[in-house]
Ligand binder design. Structure first.
Ligand SMILES: Nc1ncnc2c1ncn2[C@@H]1O[C@H](COP(=O)(O)OP(=O)(O)O)[C@@H](O)[C@H]1O
Ligand SMILES: [Mg+2]
Length: 274
């Protein structure tokens, strides 16, 4: 793929994606890959401490980040605070300590809506689609803050997820789990995000559908949109991750490249089933 300096080896098996002639160059944003990889995080929640309301702290000095052009994956046991960390980065949690920076700018004080306006796309773990609306209405909802013509973006979403075009007049709630997740990701893409945050995008889908979704996520990242993603399929996710974070009880337990974490004995024993 020309013009993309990133990711010679993501461990992905689908060569048609890796060597895509056109699919990987969909210009979601004309200014997509502005930064060379390796020049510091594009999005970082750094030293985050906080919890829900007056409750106890869930996050303890927790840091998660994604670099330009990369896929960062957060894994860890149930209840570790992965979703909480994502919500904190998106501005849904009051932090007692730490900050969130987007493209070098401190956005800790911004509301989630303002973060969307700055280019953050977030697909939460639950309730991430409007089940009673059609597929196309869901995508339109994603674009509702845009004043320009969003149809080209919708065409790109349909190119990425052809099944959604087929089912565009169907209620999203009638779709399979994997298709619903495509709707959720598609809706986030309709804002033309500069960075995409996904909380368990493959929850509840079969291994084949999971592979397919990962391929599409890689495809999006290759268009220059960095991806910060929580995954319960830790091994498979780390295989496509440039950077991995293992969270345990709201703390960073292990951090490294996906490859490093997959090779780490302690990580393998404790989190990858040996
Ligand atoms: N809305 C909430 N209000 C209060 N506590 C919550 C809320 N959501 C999650 N928690 C608590 O925060 C902790 C971390 O949860 P979560 O971030 O969802 O973990 P994970 O995504 O890693 O499974 C858990 O103890 C959970 O009970
Ligand atoms: Mg979660």
């Amino acid at each position: 793929m020309s013009g993309n300096p990133y990711h010679e080896d993501r461990g992905n098996k689908d060569r048609s994606i890796t060597n895509a002639q056109g699919a990987g160059t969909i210009p979601w944003r004309k200014s997509g890959a502005t930064f060379p990889a390796g020049e510091g995080p594009f999005l970082i929640g750094e030293g985050m401490t906080g919890g829900y309301g007056r409750g106890p702290d869930i996050l303890h000095d927790c840091t998660i980040a994604v670099n330009p052009g990369e896929i960062a994956v957060i894994v860890g046991p149930n209840g570790a605070g992965k979703s909480t960390a994502m919500k904190a980065v998106f501005g849904m949690l009051d932090l007692r300590a730490g900050h969130v920076r987007l493209d070098g700018e401190d956005i800790s004080a911004l509301s989630p809506q303002d973060r969307v306006a700055r280019g953050m796309g977030f697909v939460p773990q639950t309730s991430n689609i409007f089940t009673s609306l059609t597929v196309e209405e869901n995508l339109e909802m994603g674009a509702f803050t845009r004043r320009d013509d969003f149809r080209p973006t919708m065409a790109q979403v349909y190119d990425l997820f052809p099944i959604l075009k087929e089912k565009r007049r169907q209620a999203a709630g009638e779709l399979s789990g994997g298709q619903r997740q495509q709707v959720a990701v598609g809706r986030a893409l309709m804002t033309r995000p500069k960075v995409l945050m996904l909380d368990e995008p493959t929850a509840g889908v079969s291994p084949i559908v999971m592979d397919e979704l990962f391929d599409r996520i890689i495809e999006v990242s290759r268009t220059g949109i960095p991806i910060l993603m929580v995954e319960q399929n830790a091994r498979q996710a780390l295989e496509i991750a440039d950077k991995g974070y293992v969270l345990v009880q709201g703390r960073n337990a292990h951090t490294g490249t996906g490859k490093d974490l997959l090779a780490d004995d302690e990580v393998r024993r404790s989190f990858l089933g040996g």
